[in-house]
Design a protein around this ligand. Structure first.
Ligand code: HEM
Length: 500
C-alpha cells in the first residue's frame, strides 16, 4: 500500500478517535454512538473467525435483528467498520461517492496509524493506483481505459475460448465417470479464460489461481501471494511492451488515457483477482443449484427456464462476493439513523442486502432472470466485467452439461462444505458422477459433423449473455428451450460407449 501523502506514520493511538464504530455499545440494540466502549472494539461482532465463517448468513441475520440495516463490526487487527445489511443502504452508499468515497486514503484508522503494516486487510483495502480506489475524473480516466480495452474483445471469440477450455478440462475426467466440479472445473475454467484474455501463457494459470485465492482470503500469506501475482504481471507487461499482441495487457498499454506501467499492472491484477474468484464462485454455486435443486433441474430440462435465468437466481441467493470493502465516509454524515463519522469504513453487504426482508418479504420466491440484485454492486464502480463473468459461467456450464448430460451429485447434499472469509464463501468441492465418456474429441467431432462445421459457434451464441437485455423487476415468464438443444438430443448417437 502506498501511504497517503500526509500519513503521519504514528504508532497505535492510545485514544480511539471520536465517532469510529469502535465506540459502539455492547450488543444490546442501543444506538452505538450513545455509549462509550472501554476498549476499542470489544463489544463488536467479528467479521472474521469461527462464528462468522461457520454461518455467514446466520451472522448477518443476527446483526440485522440487533442493529437494523447498518451494523458495527470488527475486522482482523481490531479494526472497526460498518456493515451494510439493507438493500437500500447498500445502494445509497454505492451510488453516492461524494459522501462515501472509494478512496481508502480517507480511512481514519489508517491515517491515524492503527493499521499494522502487515495487516492481512491491506492487499484488499490498501490504496493502489487503480480505478477501484478512485472517484470522479480520475476514476473515469482509469475505468474508461479498462472498459474500452475490454470491449475490444471479439465477444464470440470469448465464448469460443470458454467452449474450447471447457472441453479441454472435461477431457481430463470424462472417461473416469466422476469428477470434482469445483477443483476440476469451476476453479480452473475462469482463470484459463482470463489469463488468455490478459495475454499470458496458459501455464501461468494454476499457480495464479492459488495465489489469488490466498490473497483475497486475507490469510497470513496474503502479502507474499500478492507479491507473486504482481511480479508475474510486471513480467507480462514488460513482454507486451516489447511485443504487443491482441490482448488486454497490450491494449491497456496503448490506450490514449496514457496509463503508467504501474497502473497497467494494477488493472490487470484487478481483472485477474476480481474476475477469477467471483466467476469461480458463481460457477460452483450455479452447478450446485443445478445438481441439487430438483426444481431448477426440472425447469432447465423441461425448457421452462434458461441457464442465464438460473444464474440470476444464484446471484441473488449466493452472490460471489458477499462483502465489498469498502467505502470511506468523506465527512460526518447519517445513514439509516446511524451517525457515521468522517473516515469511517463501510462495507457493502451484498449477500445480506440481497435477502433484506424490506425488498424480499418471501425469501423462497424465485428470482429467476431478475437482474436487480446487488451481486455486481451499483453506482460508478458497478462491475464492468459482469457480462464476461456471466458468459464464462453460462457457456462453460452449458458445454459441460452438453458433454455430460447425465451429470449428478455423487454425495448427499448435506456433505457439501464451504470455506468462508470476510468477503466471500467458497464451495470446497462438488463431487459428481456421470456415464463415462471418451475423453478425446471423437464423440464431439461426430456431433459436430452431424450438425455442421459451425456447431461450436452456434452453441456459443445460442444464449448470448453478452447481448444487452432488458432489465426485469420480477420473476420472468418461461423462456423457450434453446433450439440446438432439442436438435442435438434428436441427433445424438445412442447410449454413450464406455471407455476402451
Ligand atoms: C460473475 C462474476 C463477477 C462478480 C459477481 C463481480 C462482482 C464485482 C463487484 C461486486 C465489484 C465491486 C464494485 C464496487 O466496488 O462497488 C466488481 C468490480 C469490478 N469487477 Fe467484477 N465481478 C465479476 C466478474 C468480473 C470479471 C470477469 C471481470 C473482468 C473481466 C471483472 C472486473 C471488475 C473490475 C475491473 C471492477 C472494478 C470496477 C471499478 O472500480 O470501477 N469482474 N465486480
Amino acid at each position: 500500500m502506498t501511504p497517503p501523502p500526509d500519513h503521519p506514520g504514528a504508532g497505535p493511538a492510545a485514544v480511539p478517535p471520536p465517532g469510529c464504530p469502535a465506540h459502539t455499545a455492547p450488543r444490546t440494540g442501543a444506538h452505538p454512538d450513545d455509549r462509550a466502549a472501554t476498549t476499542r472494539t470489544d463489544a463488536l461482532a467479528d467479521l472474521f473467525g469461527p462464528e462468522h465463517e461457520a454461518d455467514p448468513t446466520g451472522f448477518y441475520e443476527r446483526l440485522r435483528a440487533e442493529h437494523g440495516p447498518v451494523a458495527p463490526v470488527r475486522l482482523a487487527g481490531d479494526l472497526p467498520a460498518w456493515l451494510l445489511l439493507g438493500y437500500r443502504e447498500n445502494l445509497e452508499v454505492a451510488r453516492t461517492p461524494s459522501r462515501f468515497s472509494r478512496d481508502s486514503r480517507h480511512w481514519g484508522d489508517w491515517r491515524e496509524g492503527r493499521v499494522a503494516p502487515d495487516s492481512p486487510l491491506l492487499p484488499v483495502v490498501g490504496w493502489q493506483p487503480m480505478c477501484t480506489f478512485a472517484d470522479g475524473e480520475e476514476h473515469e480516466r482509469l475505468r474508461t481505459a479498462l472498459t474500452q480495452s475490454m470491449n475490444r474483445f471479439d465477444r464470440r471469440g470469448i465464448r469460443r475460448h470458454v467452449t474450447r477450455f471447457t472441453h479441454q478440462l472435461v477431457g481430463e475426467f470424462a472417461a473416469d465417470g466422476h469428477a470434482d466440479l469445483v477443483t476440476g472445473f469451476a476453479e480452473r475454467l475462469p482463470m484459463l479464460v482470463l489469463t488468455h484474455l490478459l495475454g499470458m501463457p496458459d501455464e501461468d494459470g494454476p499457480r495464479l489461481v492459488e495465489a489469488s485465492r490466498d490473497l483475497i482470503k486475507g490469510t497470513e500469506t496474503a502479502i507474499s501471494s500478492n507479491e507473486y501475482v504482481t511480479r508475474t504481471l510486471e513480467n507480462l507487461v514488460a513482454r507486451k511492451r516489447a511485443q504487443p499482441g491482441e490482448d488486454l495487457a497490450s491494449w491497456l498499454l496503448s490506450h490514449p488515457s496514457g496509463l503508467t506501467g504501474e497502473e497497467v499492472v494494477q488493472h490487470l491484477r484487478l481483472v485477474l483477482l476480481t474476475g477469477n474468484e467471483t466467476t469461480t464462485n458463481l460457477m460452483a454455486n450455479t452447478l450446485r443449484t443445478v445438481l441439487t435443486d430438483p426444481r431448477s433441474r426440472a425447469s432447465l430440462a423441461g425448457g421452462h427456464m434458461t441457464l442465464p435465468d438460473a444464474i440470476e437466481h444464484v446471484l441473488w441467493d449466493e452472490p460471489p462476493l458477499a462483502v465489498i470493502p469498502g467505502r470511506w465516509a468523506t465527512g460526518d454524515t447519517e445513514l439509516a439513523g446511524r451517525r457515521i463519522r468522517a473516515g469511517d469504513m463501510l462495507l457493502l453487504g451484498l449477500a445480506a442486502g440481497n435477502v433484506d426482508p424490506a425488498i424480499r418479504p418471501d425469501i423462497t420466491a424465485p428470482m429467476y432472470g431478475n437482474r436487480s440484485h446487488l451481486a455486481f454492486s451499483g453506482g460508478p464502480h458497478e462491475c464492468p466485467g459482469q457480462d464476461i463473468g456471466r458468459a464464462i459461467t453460462d457457456t462453460g456450464i452449458d458445454a459441460l452439461l452438453l458433454r455430460l448430460p447425465d451429470l449428478r451429485l455423487a454425495v448427499p447434499e448435506s456433505e457439501l462444505r464451504w470455506t468462508a472469509s470476510w468477503v466471500s464463501r467458497h464451495l470446497v468441492s462438488l463431487p459428481a458422477e456421470f456415464t463415462p465418456r471418451r475423453g478425446d474429441w471423437d464423440t464431439l467431432e461426430t456431433e459436430r459433423g452431424l450438425l455442421g462445421p459451425d456447431f461450436l459457434d452456434r452453441i456459443a451464441s445460442a444464449q448470448d449473455p453478452l447481448e444487452p437485455r432488458a432489465e426485469v423487476t420480477g420473476p420472468e415468464p418461461a423462456a423457450p428451450r434453446p433450439w440446438w438443444r432439442s436438435l442435438w438430443r434428436a441427433l445424438r448417437p445412442g447410449p454413450p460407449r464406455p471407455p476402451r
